[in-house]
Design a protein around this ligand. Structure first.
Ligand code: 1CP
Length: 361
């Protein structure tokens, strides 16, 4: 079990706590910055390693997951690392086959075609079935030598339900949305099962050494405010409450929790900030920083939100845009990031200019 080797003081002392300070609402010397998908295809050293190993073998091999997690940290003055893994390890642990097809992305060859298929799912023993993520986290915490904090993560229930029903990425999520209207009870049943796995999974990651947690609702785009409240917010609340309660009962210090409800409406974001119980809310690039701050009030940290495609302008413009973003969000209660994952062919000089721009204000 992972638990036996989790003791915070066994890890090297932390040298850069900007992101933790920002998440807690404490002042910072410079705005912390990290990039969603910062370990990925845009790095030649990642592509090189990928030619030799299958995607999920990397996730399941702690030494490889650790090596890739550190790649962007070695190159850039980022303020956080995020463990190399994927949100689809949960559907896998629940018994669904997930393949990573080159040029296509994740494919689930036998998705849940209708609610009778829920019986195909199993409730995993997270310490056993996803223990490899915990081992990768513990190893990475040591290998980071305290340089920056390590973020653990999961997909949110609705986003994972979407992949489980669609069988992969989808531009409409129509089948999964149909479930919400046609099979509301069974949808809740499925979402609750996924939520229960997520809670144990996140607690396990903290035991293993994760210093922040991010919950990715990448399919928030597909939910209007009413659906968001019923099928997303409800489970986000459970996740934050139960993770905190379990950590308390185990006498393990709580860690800041980040929610990224991508594409959620501004009304959803406002309700989320008031009710969901997260320290940080991530915004995609369609949200105006000033309006977001007015809506959510002063007591929550915002994260984001430069358009990933803005990295394809000149480095000078990228730097200016990054500086301007900090001015709009303000230096307090703010974590700089892109508004979604960095694209696989993003220019590396733009990544450098982005980070420089953020740190220069
Ligand atoms: O550096 C990091 O950010 C850590 C690694 C990481 C993370 C946080 C990966 C590696 N995946 C994720 C999360 C993830 N995976 C999300 C949430 C973030 C987001 O919205 O982008 C999602 C939706 C996925 C699912 C997924 N995995 C997709 C999207 C599919 C779709 O069209 O809906 C894809 C393309 C993947 C594969 C993947 N995951 C990660 C990498 C580096 C890759 C590329 C695969 C490869 O190398 O072949």
């Amino acid at each position: 079990k992972i638990y036996k080797f989790m003791t915070e003081h066994n890890f090297p002392p932390l040298q850069n706590d900007r992101i933790l300070r920002a998440a807690r609402g404490e002042p910072v010397d410079k705005v912390p910055v990290w990039i969603m998908r910062q370990a990925g295809r845009y790095l030649p050293e990642f592509r090189e390693l990928r030619t030799k190993h299958d995607f999920f073998s990397i996730c399941q091999t702690p030494a490889l997951a650790c090596e890739i997690t550190l790649q962007p940290i070695k190159r850039f003055p980022l303020d956080a690392s995020i463990i190399f893994s994927d949100i689809l390890v949960i559907p896998q642990a629940m018994g669904l086959v997930v393949e990573m097809r080159p040029g296509v992305g994740p494919v689930l060859p036998e998705p849940l075609a209708d609610p009778t298929h829920i019986s195909r799912l199993k409730m995993p023993d997270v310490d056993k079935d996803l223990g490899y993520v915990g081992e990768a986290i513990t190893l990475t915490r040591h290998s980071l030598e305290g340089k920056v904090p390590l973020i653990g993560f999961t997909g949110a229930p609705w986003t994972l339900m979407g992949y489980m029903i669609q069988g992969g990425g989808s531009s409409t999520m129509a089948q999964a949305r149909i479930w919400l209207y046609k099979y509301p009870e069974e949808s809740h049943k499925l979402l609750q099962m996924i939520t229960d796995v997520i809670v144990d999974y996140l607690v396990m990651q903290v035991k293993a050494g994760a210093q922040l947690l991010q919950v990715f609702e990448s399919h928030g785009d597909f939910l209007n405010t009413e659906l968001f409240k019923e099928y997303s917010l409800k489970y986000f609340k459970q996740i934050s409450q139960k993770v905190k309660a379990k950590l308390d009962s185990l006498n393990i210090p709580k860690v800041p929790m980040i929610a990224f409800p991508k594409g959620a409406t501004l009304d959803s974001i406002e309700i989320f900030a008031k009710e969901a119980g997260y320290d940080v809310i991530g915004l995609d690039w369609t949200v105006d920083p000033v309006e977001a701050r007015q809506r959510v009030g002063p007591n929550i940290t915002l994260q984001g939100n430069m358009d990933p495609t803005a990295l394809y302008s000149t480095t000078e413009k990228v730097r200016q845009r990054a500086e301007n973003m900090v001015r709009l969000f303000g230096k307090d209660r703010y974590i700089a990031n892109l508004g979604h994952g960095i694209l696989p062919d993003a220019p590396i000089p733009s990544v450098e200019a982005f980070i420089e721009g953020i740190h220069s204000v």
